[in-house]
Each structure stands twice: as structure tokens, then as C-alpha cells.
Design a protein around this ligand. Structure first.
Ligand code: ATP
Ligand code: MG
Length: 463
């Protein structure tokens, strides 16, 4: 059963129950009060009749005739009988039998009343007739015991019941409208949230639930769904990013190895022990990288896992440069350096290597004839500054703001030949920032490019 159907049914059920209870309670209570009021009225009426007859009796004495009483009794709808002190009947209204049998012969009002109210019993009440304090006889009034229920009283009761029925029907209709409206306003957002969840299920993680509701619980549910979607979307993005970063990171050393091997095959580079150990180092780096990736996957954070140690960054840089030198020479480019000696920093040496290797392969990739690259290292105020400057093709002004973005490549046609994916700089930026450093670029199109990496020397807790 749908939620709205359930809500409507229980709402209507509650209304019907409460209307029935209310009408039953008030009906019985009003009826009871009303009945006792009518009985009280009847008492007053009988007292009045007694007074009138008492006066007439004192006035006329035994000369009162049956006819005198008959007319009076008929108009009041009762039977009247007067007895003397010895209980001997003096006169009566002559309608006892009619009244007893519940038949005609009484006043109009009584007749009508008898038709509506057939099941009353005939009863008699005796009153004393007094002259001052002396009892001079008694008066018997005969009537139907429910005769207090006059026509207007019955109409009143009927009207009351009708009023309850009508108000019940109105309440049910109003309740139906209100409950339909309420259940719609409750279920519509839920339907919306469900469709968002279904969208997410089929992979559309960018869909969000945007419900307009003032029901706190529903609002919270909607927020939770959105939060879930956002988290899933982020994780999905992260997963893709990992995949492409891995591919990129594997490709750079593989390309290097390939170039070396090609050089050996072409006989331009001798497979000496020294050269082969350079290749070995690349293979080791690849192995290490694969190991690192496993750790990166284990930590769910977007930030790379850093394995910080105290390193002599000057020496590390020299090493990297010497690895690259043959490659540059092979392409007839020159690679020079100006390195401040024995600068020590606390950082992840593999990440440093990744940063510099990426910058140097970029520089080489985008060099022209007579290409020249200059690497420098300086240390100012606990800030290590590494620059990689080339006289290559440069970067257009309009591309500069975007080159650190993932997959952004400035000159796609040229990049097609060189096979870049536009990931290198975004990875570098991520690594530099993980070390709380900064990376900048200065470039003039057609003249050359300069990358500046600033790294804090880090705290030497091991000293
Ligand atoms: P890869 O993912 O293989 O590194 P890529 O080198 O194209 O591909 P990035 O290293 O991120 O990607 O560089 C982004 C873009 O910035 C490059 O496509 C290139 O257009 C431009 N660029 C980077 N370094 C230089 C440079 N030294 N000289 C000229 N343009 C550069
Ligand atoms: Mg690159």
C-alpha cells in the first residue's frame, strides 16, 4: 500500500471514530439534560393545573360538571378526575379510556403526539386540593408517561441528530481534502528523493535531490541523499584520477627506458655497465612506484602518502640531472645546472624525483633546435627554490592559467606527436602542495618557460 493511501485511510478512520464518539457523547448528554428539563416543565404544568382546578373547586364546589373538565383536559392532553375527602369521585373528564388506549379524542396536540409516540404507558398522579391548610379533596391527573416529549421536543432531538450527521459528513469531506493535500506534500518529496536515488543507482552520480519541504525529517533525508551522491561522485572522480595518474606515472619511466634501449639498439649509446645501471635504476624506480601505489590505494585520501626523510637535495638533484644528461645529449640539447651545495631538506625523495623528472621531460619535450635547459637550486630563509628554465616553444598567455589543470594541454596538435596527456603538471602541483610548497610558471610564447618550485626545508626532528 502506498504511503499516501495509508495516510488518507488512517486520517479518515480517525475522523469517523472521533465524530462518532463526539456525537454519541453529546447526543446522550444533551438528551438526558433535555429530558429532565421537559419532565421539570411537566411538573410545573401539573402544578399549574392543580392550582387552577383547586381555585375552580373552591369557587364552584360540587357543581363542577364533567363537561367543564372535559374541555380543559382535552386541551391539556390529560385525564382529570376530582374526588372528595372520602375519595368519592365527584366528576371526571370522561376521556380516560381513550387516553388509556392511546386513541383520539384528546386535544389536537396530544393526538399528534400519540401518533409519534405510541409506546408510552398510561399513569396517574394524585394531588391534594386545599382550602387554606385544609384538604378538601384530591385531584387525579392521568397521562401517558412519555407525554413530556412534545412534538417540538422531538423535532429538536431530530434536528440535533441531523446536525451531527451533517457535521460528520462535512468533517469527513474536509478531512479527506486535508489528508490528500497533506499526504501529497509528504510523499511528493519522497518520490523525488527516490527518483534521485534511482538515478544514482544507474550511475548518474551528479543528480541531486532538490525538494521543497518544511518537514525536517524529509529535508534531512534529502540532504543525506545529496551528501551520499556527493561522496560517491568524489570517490568516482578520485578513482578515475588514480587510474590516469598511475598510467601517467608508469609511462614516464617506461618512455625513458625505451629511449635508452633504442639508443643502444641504434648503437649511439654503449651498453656499458655504467649505462646499464642507469637503466636498472629506472626499473627499480618503477618497482618502487608500483609498491607506492599500493599504499596510495590503501589510504582513501586524495593526498599522496609522503615518506619524509632528511635528504641532501643538492645531491639528489645532481643525480637526477646526470640521469637525464645522456637523453638531452642524444637529442642534441644541453642540460646545465647551478646547484647550491649540500642543502638539506625533509621531504619524500621519490616525490622530489617525480617532480624534477616531470619538469625535465616537459622541458625536453617542448624544446626547439639548440634547446637548452637550466636547473638551479637556491636556499633562502628556510625556503628551497628550484627552477627549471628552458628556451623552448613557450606557453601562450591564454594557456598559462590552465596548464596545472588535469588533462590540459596547450598545443594539442603538437602534443599529439609528443603523446602527452596533460597530467604531469597536475601531479607535480599535487605533490608540491602535499609538501606545503608552491609551484609557479613564467613563460613567453616562442621564447621559453621557467618553472619555479618553492619547498619549505621542513623541521629536522631527526637532528
Ligand atoms: P604528460 O601528462 O605526459 O606530462 P603533458 O606534458 O602534455 O603530458 P603537462 O606536463 O601537465 O602535460 O603539461 C601541460 C601542458 O603545459 C603541456 O601540454 C604543454 O602544452 C605545456 N607545457 C608544460 N611544460 C612546458 C614547457 N616546458 N614548455 C612549453 N610548454 C609546456
Ligand atoms: Mg608533462
Amino acid at each position: 500500500m502506498t504511503l499516501s493511501k495509508k495516510l488518507i485511510i488512517s486520517f479518515i478512520f480517525t475522523i469517523i471514530i472521533s465524530i462518532s464518539i463526539t456525537s454519541f457523547m453529546s447526543n446522550t448528554m444533551i438528551n438526558r439534560k433535555f429530558d429532565s428539563y421537559l419532565i421539570e416543565e411537566q411538573k410545573i404544568k401539573f402544578e399549574r393545573i392543580r392550582n387552577e382546578i383547586n381555585n375552580t373547586f373552591i369557587e364552584k364546589g360540587t357543581t363542577i360538571s364533567n363537561e367543564d373538565l372535559a374541555e380543559f383536559a382535552a386541551s391539556e392532553g390529560i385525564y382529570i378526575e376530582i374526588n372528595d375527602v372520602n375519595n368519592k369521585m365527584l366528576c371526571h373528564s370522561n376521556n380516560k379510556n381513550l387516553l388509556n388506549r392511546g386513541m383520539m379524542g384528546m386535544g389536537n396536540m396530544m393526538r399528534h403526539h400519540m401518533m409519534m409516540n405510541q409506546n408510552g404507558n398510561y399513569v396517574e398522579k394524585t394531588f391534594n386540593l386545599l382550602d387554606g391548610d385544609n384538604i378538601i379533596g384530591n385531584l387525579v391527573i392521568g397521562y401517558i408517561d412519555n407525554s413530556h416529549l412534545t412534538e417540538s421536543a422531538l423535532i429538536f432531538k431530530d434536528t440535533l441528530s441531523t446536525a451531527f450527521v451533517i457535521s460528520g459528513i462535512i468533517a469527513v469531506i474536509v478531512g479527506l481534502i486535508v489528508s490528500v493535500f497533506m499526504s501529497k506534500s509528504l510523499t511528493n518529496p519522497l518520490v523525488h528523493i527516490t527518483s534521485t536515488a534511482n538515478e544514482m543507482r544507474i550511475g548518474n552520480l551528479s543528480s541531486r535531490s532538490n525538494v521543497q519541504t518544511n518537514t525536517i525529517e524529509v529535508k534531512e533525508l534529502s540532504n543525506s541523499i545529496n551528501f551520499l551522491a556527493e561522496t560517491l561522485e568524489k570517490q568516482e572522480g578520485l578513482r578515475k584520477r588514480y587510474a590516469s595518474d598511475i598510467a601517467h606515472e608508469l609511462r614516464t619511466p617506461l618512455t625513458t627506458l625505451k629511449s635508452y634501449l633504442e639508443a643502444i639498439i641504434d648503437d649511439v649509446w654503449e651498453p656499458s655497465e655504467e649505462h646499464l645501471s642507469i637503466l636498472m635504476e629506472e626499473v627499480n624506480r618503477l618497482t618502487k612506484l608500483v609498491e607506492d601505489l599500493r599504499y596510495t590505494f590503501e589510504s582513501s585520501e586524495a593526498h599522496p602518502v609522503l615518506n619524509k626523510t632528511k635528504i641532501n637535495i643538492s645531491r639528489e638533484l645532481e643525480n637526477i640531472i646526470s640521469t637525464f644528461k645522456p637523453l638531452y645529449l642524444y637529442e642534441k640539447y644541453s642540460l646545465e645546472s647551478s646547484i647550491e651545495e649540500d642543502v638539506e631538506v625533509v621531504m619524500d625523495s621519490d616525490k622530489l624525483k617525480q617532480i624534477i623528472v616531470n619538469l625535465l621531460s616537459n622541458a625536453m619535450r617542448y624544446l626547439k633546435d639548440n634547446g637548452k635547459v637550466m636547473v638551479s637550486l637556491s636556499n633562502e630563509n628556510n625556503l628551497v627554490k628550484i627552477t627549471v628554465e628552458d628556451n623552448g616553444i613557450g606557453i601562450k598567455k591564454e594557456d598559462l592559467p590552465y596548464i596545472f589543470e588535469r588533462f590540459y594541454r596547450a598545443d594539442i596538435s603538437r602534443n599529439k606527436e609528443t603523446g602527452g596527456t596533460g597530467l604531469g603538471l597536475s601531479i607535480i602541483k599535487n605533490l608540491v602542495e602535499a609538501h606545503e610548497g608552491n609551484i609557479y610558471v613564467e613563460s613567453e610564447f616562442g621564447k621559453g618557460t621557467k618553472f619555479i618550485v618553492e619547498l619549505p626545508r621542513g623541521s629536522f626532528i631527526f637532528d
